[in-house]
Write a protein that binds this ligand. Structure first.
Ligand SMILES: Cc1cc2nc3c(=O)[nH]c(=O)nc-3n(C[C@H](O)[C@H](O)[C@H](O)COP(=O)(O)OP(=O)(O)OC[C@H]3O[C@@H](n4cnc5c(N)ncnc54)[C@H](O)[C@@H]3O)c2cc1C
Length: 529
């Protein structure tokens, strides 16, 4: 076991964590970024399109606010949205000072030279700049517990799956920037580690979470066996024909008129496709996208050339329709924060996708990265101020260390249970939700929890998964319970048994650990404002 001390411990090495660490250095303290993989590289930020929404290029702050609130269907925390929009241009344009190239358009920027491909450049640019100014890194280490003393965050316990070693990290302030939970779903476009650790870490520390029922799905991604689930956009999605097994045009059948389809009709299209699949009119759990006509006319606007080549050469999309299906993309809900990223737990801050309230019931494209930068910087600044006024306390994490040891040996493999969880979330807590299925899902999550008691790990990789599993199950339970409680359809949350938006549900669902139990309650919007 190793112990390390730092002023500000940042958990997560994506856009939010790295931006927070940069600001902490500017605030005169020493941050340490700890992450499950390599900072920058193994993050959702790196696989993102690198598009950032901001009040730039002639677009106003008011427009940004309006777009964000409209998409969030009234459930956003207005204070957070105002901060996001007001600070968007400064946070986004300063990326150039970090050596990151930008193209500015009306209402947003994209990183690099080509829209849709700048995620890695953004992530590595932030990583390089952070390292240059002295941010410390502890990579390949999973944090499994935030340590508390008198209700204040004083550090964390983690396990390095590179060195097979436990770490006790002592810190004056802790920032949670662990990203989302998209990889809890069978079909997703997130890094495999995005199984929602941060929601569970915050919950176990006593923080409140909100809006956990809102999960965003992208309607069109490749669903051909043996191929990665590339997102499909541009002319392929707009001009191609989406067909069910009977050859019916799905967009026509459901009278979907909003364009571009994958931006403005994301939810409608995802639901239409899943309705067809569930009704038995799909093809191997997918539907067909016929782009033969589009390809005859040449093509632009495909997300990446590698994906385009795959589609064209290996899948022969010029000769036959290809299988596509929706994919889990983003987690709207998360840890409740104030405008400075302060959670309900003293000394614990949060930023990025792990946070709830900015996006409400659905997210406007480009707002995730902007929000990670804006609230990352704010959390970094506030955590640095707090750390300067606080003395370090030596944390004790022996219970957690004993748990690590008890996992060693032969037994049930965590990956098997994680796979069952992903299938369960996809089939019963996904795009089309229904009360009885959600109750079944809760029961099955309970059964998986019982089976998880028998999990053992023989290798470092198995140990990593064994440590992820309980956090994944807890986050899945949060999503499921919140989805069951919201008896209406709003934004990305669709209840087949309550298909309409209901005015009386203009309220947020919050959850918190109380008396050892997951307690949910509803708060009127006025308390957010
Ligand atoms: C395919 C795709 C394209 C996208 N394109 C865009 C776009 O163009 N514009 C936009 O605004 N948004 C986009 N998004 C969303 C956006 O990329 C993410 O919301 C954003 O990058 C999240 O940043 P983050 O820093 O919060 O988390 P991440 O970038 O996911 O970083 C999380 C970090 O936390 C670490 N971590 C997690 N758990 C632990 C743990 N227990 N212990 C230690 N470390 C841990 C991870 O290893 C990682 O370093 C896209 C998402 C996807 C999937």
């Amino acid at each position: 076991m190793k112990t390390l001390e730092t002023d500000v411990l940042v958990i997560g090495g994506g856009a939010a964590g790295l931006r927070a660490a940069i600001e902490a250095v500017r605030g005169g303290v020493k941050p340490l970024v700890v992450c499950k993989g390599k900072a920058g590289y193994n993050t959702t930020t790196a696989v993102s399109g690198g598009g950032l929404k901001a009040a730039v290029g002639g677009a106003s702050v008011e427009e940004h606010i309006e777009d964000t609130l409209r998409t969030g269907r009234g459930l956003n925390d207005r204070r957070l949205v105002e901060v996001l929009a007001r600070e968007s241009s400064e946070r986004v344009l300063e990326l150039r000072d970090f050596g990151i190239g930008l193209q500015v358009g009306r209402g947003g920027v994209y990183v690099g030279d080509t829209p849709g491909r700048g995620g890695l450049e953004l992530a590595l640019g932030l990583r390089d700049y952070a390292l240059k100014i002295g941010v410390g890194l502890l990579e390949d280490t999973i944090i499994t517990r935030i340590l508390l003393e008198d209700g204040k965050a004083i550090g964390a316990v983690g396990y390095s799956h590179l060195r097979d070693e436990a770490y006790i990290l002592s810190a004056r302030a802790v920032i949670l920037a662990t990203g989302g939970a998209g990889a809890l779903y069978l079909r997703n476009d997130c890094p495999r580690g995005a199984v929602g650790d941060g929601y569970s870490l915050a919950y176990q520390a006593g923080a409140r979470l909100r809006d956990m029922e809102f999960i965003q799905f992208f309607p069109l991604a490749l669903a051909e066996e043996g191929f990665p689930p590339f997102l499909i956009g541009g002319r392929l999605s707009e001009e191609g024909r989406l067909l069910n097994a009977l050859g019916e045009d799905i967009v026509e059948k459901y009278a979907i008129r909003d364009r571009p389809l994958v931006l403005r009709a994301r939810d409608l299209l995802s639901r239409a496709i899943m309705t067809e699949i569930k009704a038995g009119r799909g093809v191997d759990g997918a539907v067909l996208l016929d782009v033969r006509e589009v390809l005859r006319g040449g093509l632009e606007g495909w997300f990446s050339t590698a994906s385009f080549r795959t589609l064209l050469e290996k899948l022969r999309a010029a000769d036959r329709p290809v299988k596509v299906a929706p994919i889990c993309h983003f987690t709207m809900g998360g840890v409740a924060i104030d405008e400075w990223g302060q959670t309900d737990v003293e000394g614990l801050y949060a930023a990025g996708e792990v946070v709830g309230g900015v996006h409400g019931a659905n997210r406007h494209g480009g707002n995730a990265l902007t929000s990670a930068l804006v609230f990352g910087a704010r959390a970094g600044r506030r955590a640095a101020e707090y750390a300067r006024e606080t003395s370090a306390i030596k944390p004790i994490g022996f219970e957690e260390l004993q748990r690590y040891e008890s996992l060693r040996g032969e037994g049930v493999e965590a990956e098997e249970l994680l796979e069952r969880l992903r299938r369960l979330m996809w089939s019963k807590v996904g795009i089309l939700r229904e009360g009885e299925e959600l109750r079944e899902a809760l029961r099955e999550i309970g059964e998986l929890r019982e089976e998880a008691e028998e999990v053992k790990a023989e290798t470092r990789r198995e140990m990593l998964q064994a440590l992820e599993l309980p956090m994944a199950l807890e986050t899945a339970e949060m999503i499921c319970r919140s989805a069951l409680m919201r008896t209406e359809s709003r934004g990305a949350h669709y209840r087949v048994d309550y298909p309409e938006e209901d005015e009386s549900w203009l309220r947020g669902i919050y959850l918190q650990k109380r008396g050892g139990e997951m307690r949910l309650h509803v708060e009127p919007l006025s308390s957010n404002a």
